[in-house]
Design a protein around this ligand. Structure first.
Ligand SMILES: *Cc1c(COP(=O)(O)O)cnc(C)c1O
Length: 372
């Protein structure tokens, strides 16, 4: 077994800032012995695909692509015609962070944005959107996109998913799940992968490997196999068919066979819980949404945010100027969290003393816009 040193970067920016976990790297190196058939006709891809079928307890169709944007955009395009629309939460990554890729890949299927607390769509919000317009002049809602865990670090419970399934059935909407942090959801909810996907009516899941510990690579899993018809051609046309596919599928097999996919997620979730626990008792820190997976969303005074950035800590602004997101990954350590919390305490204390002497000008640091 290889060992990796944790990345020295001072960061709680994203789980995709982390490196490759040992299990994924080990299998990638094993796949590097000799030659293998290209374009997915290799043993690694076959084994990883079969492993997904075991893990999800169903005969699903599996495809491997490079990143999450491609996985979401291509799978949504498979659920829709260009004159259809996709209902998603207003904070959904497909809306806010994919540069219009879902609309592009589907030749124009419009995203319709719904509201809901803590990043979650509700059956009521979905029904309202569907009922708003039913005439020929408006793109017909055909799919729902749910993010699990959500962009605000929360989780759809099984009951919430079942309620959404029933509204989806009522309006004949197909269900897409953006599983950028699907492993974190499974780990946090203590459910089987099947229980929060096809057993709740999910037609297609984009299961993210990158944020879980791989270098690159997402699995697109069609539980509704008829929707996967000709999907391989769609991937190829979009430039998403890796010729050396084994270097995506072998690390997946490494995560799956060794159980690292779940351990990595459990570790990241525990780190986030620990960070949240440390922060919740600090005056000046407000928890913005319930910490349910591997992200902690808090508000901090802007001066404290600037001070932390000046110390070299990387993290994203998420909600307004005082809302920030702290993301944990497989590589996060409690030592690093302790250091971070210490710096937050120092920054808050400095903020309080500045506030006691308001003639001192606040410094302004640049705000990162991108939020992977
Ligand atoms: C990271 C992420 C993705 C994938 O993003 P890529 O940069 O395209 O890999 C998709 N959805 C959500 C919610 C994400 O956080």
């Amino acid at each position: 077994m290889l060992t990796l040193n944790p990345i020295a970067l001072e960061q709680f920016a994203s789980d995709n800032y982390s490196g490759i976990c040992p299990e994924a790297l080990e299998y990638m190196l094993q796949a590097n012995h000799g030659s293998a058939p290209a374009y997915g006709d290799d043993i690694w891809t076959q084994k990883a695909t079969d492993y997904f079928r075991d893990l999800f307890e169903t005969d699903c169709e599996v495809f491997f692509v490079f990143n999450g944007t491609a996985a979401n955009a291509l799978s949504l395009a498979a659920l829709c015609q260009s004159y259809h629309s996709v209902i998603c939460h207003e904070t959904a990554h497909v809306e806010t962070d994919e540069c219009g890729a879902p609309e592009f890949a589907s030749n124009g299927s419009k995203l319709l944005l719904g509201k809901g607390q803590n990043g979650k769509l509700t059956p009521e919000a979905i029904a309202t959107i569907v009922q708003k317009r039913t005439d020929i002049h408006y793109p017909k809602p055909k799919a729902l996109s749910l993010t699990q865990a959500t962009e605000l670090g929360t989780l759809y419970t099984v009951d919430e998913l079942l309620a959404i399934q029933s509204v989806a059935e009522r309006y004949q909407l197909r269900i897409h799940m953006d599983g950028a942090r699907f492993a974190n959801a499974v780990a946090a909810m203590d459910v089987t992968p099947a229980e929060i996907t096809w057993r709740c009516g999910v037609d297609v899941l984009c299961f993210c490997g990158t944020k879980n510990g791989m270098a690159i690579g997402e699995a697109i899993i069609f539980f509704n196999r008829s929707l996967a018809e000709d999907f391989a051609y769609r991937c190829k046309q979009a430039g998403q068919l890796a010729s050396k596919m084994r270097f995506i599928s072998a690390p997946w097999l490494g995560l799956l066979e060794t159980g690292a996919w779940l351990r990595n997620a459990q570790h990241a979730n525990r780190c986030a819980a620990y960070l949240e626990q440390q922060l919740s008792s600090l005056p000046g820190v407000e928890i913005l949404s319930p910490r349910e997976a591997n992200g902690v969303f808090v508000s901090l005074p802007e001066t404290a945010i600037d001070a932390l950035r000046n110390k070299g800590w990387l993290f994203y602004n998420f909600i307004g100027t005082e809302g920030v997101r702290f993301m944990c990954s497989w590589a996060t350590t409690t030592a690093r969290i302790d250091q971070f919390v210490q710096d937050i305490k120092t920054a808050l204390a400095a903020t309080r003393s500045v506030n006691a002497h308001p003639e001192v000008e606040d410094s302004v640091a640049p705000v990162l816009q991108e939020r992977p």
